[in-house]
Design a protein. Sequence first.
Lengths: 747, 160
Amino acid sequence: MQSDSMADRFIGKSIPRKEGRAKVTGRALYVDDMVMPGMLYGATVRSPVARGRIRGIRYAQGIPWDEFTIVTAQDIPGKNCVALMLNDQPCLADQVVNHAEEPVVLLAHPDRYLLEEARRAVELDIEPLPAVFTIDESLARQQVVWGEDNIFKSFLVESGDVESAWGHAHLIVEGEYETGAQEQLYIEPQGMIATFTAEQGLTVWGSMQCPYYVHRALMTLLDLPVNQVRVIQTETGGGFGGKEEYPSMIAGHAALLARKSGKPVKIVYDRMEDMAATTKRHPSRTRHRTAVTREGKLLAMDIEFVVDGGAYATLSPVVLSRGTIHAAGPYFCPNVRIRSQAVATNFPPHGAFRGFGAPQSIFALERQMDQVAKVLGLAPEELRRRNFVKQGETLAVGQVVREKVDMAGLMERALELSDYYAKRKRFAEENPRREVKKGIGLASFLHGAGFTGSGERYLASLVGAEATPEGRVRVLAASTEMGQGTMTVFSQIAAEALGVDYDMIEIVQPDTAVVPNSGPTVASRTCMVVGKLVESAVLGIRQQLLSSGLLPERYTSEQFRQACRQFIENHGALKSSSEYSAPPGVYWDDDKYRGDAYGAYAWAVYVAEVSVDLTTYEIRVDDFVAVQEVGRVINPVLATGQIEGGVAQGIGFALYENVVWQEGQMVNSQMTNYIMPTSADLPPIRVFFEEVPYAHGPGGAKGIGELPIDGPAPAIVNAIENAGGVNVNRIPVTPEVLMEALEGVHA
Amino acid sequence: MPETQRVPIKLKVNGKLSELEVEPRMLLVEMIREALDLTGTHVGCDTSFCGACTVLLNGLPVKSCTVFAVQADQGEVLTVEGLACQDELHPIQQAFVIQHGLQCGYCTPGMEISAYYLLSKNPSPSEKDIRKAIAGNTCRCTGYQNILRAIETAAEMMRR
Ligand code: FES
Ligand code: FES
């Protein structure tokens, strides 16, 4: 065994990033940096209307069309769909279009300028059909735009008996909350390069989170066997969910063009196309009806949660599921009913975005908690304190909280660090005299790490490890690095488990020809779930060395290296792999939609301080405190960076990021008119961790990536109410929204 | 299609003289990335907003996606590739690594160039100065916090 002095040499340390050097020197290669001999550029002709029947495609004069490779739905050798969950989304529209920007025709040419002219010269003759643009229209089913009833998925969660609780209530509070679409806005736009030859089949390089999603989609689309499709992740300039499912679409397009032209084809979106055509966060509407006792205890929560999925299902069923499970938050309530639906409209499909449904339902809940507190005459923190779930109690879906949890403690720390009590008092005194009002507000929440419900069990992720002849250990996983530090964290986990030097670990670039399917890089699962597999895979290597007698019980890095070399000399290879199995006692019932929804939760309390200018309606966040418990923190600097980045996106979600739609088309699809926070817009983001090691995570870690986007919006809007006395229930709170709300108050 | 005429230009990029013929419509960023194969300068928006394409042109930061290559004729350009001296990272680059001033790294080259310009004008910037100096460089990953720290650290290293 490794000696105690070796314990925790790497876990909990801020080891610098492995790939830092290539990125600061500009040498890291992103997909658009790659050029292949004879390469063509590809472009996509998209529907200008939201819903209609395609009558014809015309190629206008003045373009040398014979020089172009042209692909339509008729050129698809396999199944015309982007294989994902329900396989309802075509890769190229055929006969009908169901949303604006839906791809219809693909073009490729070596000259990019001419290609752009040609794209504009393709005329789609589409007979418009009535389209659906709101949740209410979709639910009313005047137009059925998807399936039989416009419903992608619905869930019902019931614990206790809500209906019989109303009669015992001291007070009942109702509220309705809305959140808008949000663009992921990774700074590197999406892109892919494909090559195709009869002998080697298809190879695709690109910016993506989930190589095996792309792999499966390409097999389906081109009707190719497993070994004829290879997917390689290039350096990826941010994803945030936006590169979870859409890359399969672009890869399919590049592949179709490459197959038809026989040449390598590169498709890289410009910002406008990327914003207008790719997925966004699901807009949502949540209705709450909450019953409380005289003592301020939650008695019943009746929640209706609806998300707008857009024209095709993409990942809406699972986004809805996560949003549903998080809708009742970190509280104990004996009677809960959550009814949720993902509905179809004629917007471009909404999809994965960090948080995955949870930021929407948590926004609603945390605003509702403040309303309930107000009606009860309690301070917001006091209502929460009286209702936090405790170890041994049960969450709405019937999950008993087995881990140690101390939400009240987290909250106390957050309130202290933000100087909450003093500020609340001071602002109340000073605000009547101030033109720019100050406010402070909080949100308390949880976020489940890993796939929801049985997701991880079905996925059965694999990770491999092998020793090299030089005595190094290579980790083979499909988890992608997109800035979150996956490679560094995996190296830390592996080095720690083996008790060897950090530099002896290599992480292999995700390439489906080389790495096994460790599942997608989503759902804050990489560190906790895949990291655990990394740990056991490398321990498998050590085990083989120990039982072969080549490695003593206590060893140095050099001895380990020697033993690897010797083993390979004797046996040819030294490999090990590990497959996911659920932690003991974790069980989810798909049919009843009850049980242990997640193996572990991260817990947090965030506090925002704002200034609200009642003349210009401008809102600024002046200070932000984020306190969380995410198990053991493997790399504090990386973890802090994840939280800071997530909070920044959450501030954008709350205040700035407004998608403007016109007839189902995004009309502000540029960074100049879709506003994301710059360095000048953001406050200091102060991040703190409580560490409670999680028994089933590698080195005690849980998931972290999504948590920070859940809390900012409700904390900020609660602060706005504290500042201006105005109840805003819709985000983003742009100056217009604030003005309307204030005039509503003063009218 | 009308054959577009090519224009000869001559400029110094990262200290090296380049003579090339470009189409008048070619953007500076295209010239840097495609003609000179310096792919550290990135394109994030092509509307002068994100700053991923920031380079110095004649000592001033410009968004190279909104400058034509011909406008750089007779000029001097500095890109991220020109920051390091051989294998020795520039203090700004070292500081970005040490302070984890990057996640996905896509914004990093533009950030570094803006930082380089700031520190050449103001060796001891306040946090506010830094926030202002990089307000034209957007980063979606970091929340800017570690970028501020990196630039502060670089300033310290460069003052030594
Ligand atoms: S690409 Fe030039 S500013 Fe964004
Ligand atoms: S590090 Fe990803 S955009 Fe800045």
